[in-house]
Design a protein around this ligand. Structure first.
Ligand SMILES: Nc1nc2c(ncn2[C@@H]2O[C@H](COP(=O)(O)OP(=O)(O)O[C@H]3O[C@H](CO)[C@@H](O)[C@H](O)[C@@H]3O)[C@@H](O)[C@H]2O)c(=O)[nH]1
Ligand SMILES: [Mg+2]
Length: 204
């Protein structure tokens, strides 16, 4: 069951009065009406649309010795329709959890999308990526990769329409791309910045 269908009751200042399904195609879109109590004690009513595609996980693959990271490139229509010149986004490997726990899911996505069977993974943090409208909680991971973890060429599930190519970048080149707009995907920017601030490329 999707999160939007079962409104929580833990916040006494929120009283859900109506949940309506607007779309149930690939994922679901609901509109929810709720009463909300302001700091001065007064109540008002709000309606908010909620897009629910489940939760996801993403992973930064890094090689400290070679100072590289392994990213994916794939076509993202929502970015294309909103001004990205060709919609081909450089991203850390990622996928929806489906019915798996986050670590199982990210190991599955790493092998499907990059061809690398990762060993120990580091859980970095979790984040709501678009909390005004999208329910998704994204779980962030990092793991080393090298020739020894490579099992196949990667590329995603072609049966499901995934056409993923791999892009290996020097970590400094990747950070330059963040500044120039060549990397414009939030989860990837967050993991690359973590990698140099607190992660495998931090100088501490
Ligand atoms: N037919 C159809 N297929 C869809 C639709 N939406 C998604 N799919 C398919 O569903 C699969 C989703 O692939 P994943 O690898 O599990 O997810 P993702 O698209 O990479 O999403 C990841 O990145 C997103 C963007 O950063 C994240 O939002 C998401 O949580 C996840 O981490 C892909 O095969 C994709 O083609 C749709 O509307 N129609
Ligand atoms: Mg994916």
């Amino acid at each position: 069951m999707r999160a939007a269908e079962t409104p929580p009751t833990t916040n006494p200042r929120i009283r859900v009065t109506d949940v309506r399904l607007l779309s149930d195609n690939w994922y679901t879109l609901h509109t929810t009406t709720f009463d909300i109590q302001a700091a001065d004690g007064s109540w008002s009513s709000q309606s908010r649309e909620t897009y629910d595609r489940g939760n996801g996980a993403t992973i930064l693959l890094y090689d400290v010795d070679r100072r590289t990271v392994l990213l994916t490139s794939q076509f993202r229509y929502p970015a294309y329709v909103n001004g990205h010149p060709d919609g081909m986004l450089l991203e850390t490997a990622a996928g929806l959890l489906d019915d798996d726990d986050p670590e199982t899911a990210i190991r599955r996505e790493a092998i499907e999308e990059t061809g690398h069977r990762v060993g120990e993974v580091t859980h970095v943090f979790d984040a709501f990526m678009s909390p005004g409208s999208v329910t998704e909680r994204l779980h962030f991971y990092a793991a080393p990769y090298d020739a020894g973890t490579r099992e196949h060429a990667g590329g995603g599930l072609v049966d499901e329409g995934e056409h993923i190519t791999l892009v290996e970048l020097d970590i400094d080149a990747a950070l330059d791309l963040v500044e120039s707009g060549g990397i414009i995907d939030a989860k990837s920017i967050m993991l690359l910045q973590w990698a140099v601030l607190r992660g495998p490329f931090a100088t501490r």
